[in-house]
Design a protein around this ligand. Structure first.
Ligand code: Y43
Ligand code: MG
Length: 202
């Protein structure tokens, strides 16, 4: 079975990639499957730069084609914050609950018509000795006033889509049909088709 290495230590992302690649019969390995995987410093100024840093570092270390995801939440009323700092918004220890609390408190006095937000996902594909490619996807929504729903990860419980549900109220199949990550994956599948041949991934 064909396998891809995804340079992530985020369990929520890992699960979504496993599901999205499984329909192509492709097995996903992540840094969670590797002993003593390094932490790549996310020193870039954009999602793309950080995705490239993660993908190239891990591709060179393991000498394998590697995909990396750098993603986050951009809130209009906060001038695009937390943006590339989404994972470490409330501190370096990367705590989803503390990050949500910080966003909700910053938006406490912001009315519903000014709570628009966008999820962004940049994916980079790196291969030793080859050019690195990036693709991206977005999802528009609104920030709720409190957590709703139990599914997903990260900011999912406070991100409401046009149906009125938060991402945390969707099944993983429903989220993977519409998410910023899924939209980036659609672009990626076109790239991987060129690399692997048309029959491998549709
Ligand atoms: O679908 C999503 N649903 C909810 N929240 C999400 C989503 N997608 C990204 N996010 C949030 C989580 C984290 O706060 C940040 C990603 O940060 P980001 O650096 O890309 O990932 P990470 O540090 O958790 O793992 P890693 O760098 O090992 O891939 O945006
Ligand atoms: Mg990260």
């Amino acid at each position: 079975m064909k396998a891809v290495l995804i340079a992530t230590k985020n369990r929520g992302k890992a699960k979504e990639f496993e599901q999205m690649f499984s329909k192509y019969g492709i097995e996903v390995k992540t840094l969670l499957d590797v002993d003593h995987a390094i932490d790549v410093a996310e020193t870039g100024k954009t999602f793309e730069e950080n995705a490239i840093l993660k993908a190239e570092t891990i591709a060179n270390q393991y000498q394998l084609m590697t995909i990396a995801d750098d993603s986050g939440l951009m809130i209009d009323a906060l001038d695009g914050s937390p943006g590339i700092y989404s994972a470490r918004y409330a501190g370096e220890e990367k705590n989803d609950e503390a990050n949500i609390d910080k966003v909700l408190s910053e938006l406490m006095n912001v009315s519903d018509d000014r709570r628009a937000a966008t999820f962004y996902c940049a994916l980079a594909v790196a291969e030793p000795g080859k050019e690195t490619y990036t693709v991206s996807g977005t999802l528009n929504g609104m920030i709720t006033h409190k957590r709703i729903g139990e599914n997903g990860f990260g900011y999912d419980p406070i991100f409401k889509i046009s149906s009125g549900k938060t991402l945390a109220q969707l099944s993983s199949e429903e989220k993977n049909a519409i998410s910023h990550r899924a939209n980036a994956m659609k672009q990626l599948s076109k790239l991987l088709n060129q690399k692997w041949g048309e029959e491998s991934i549709k």
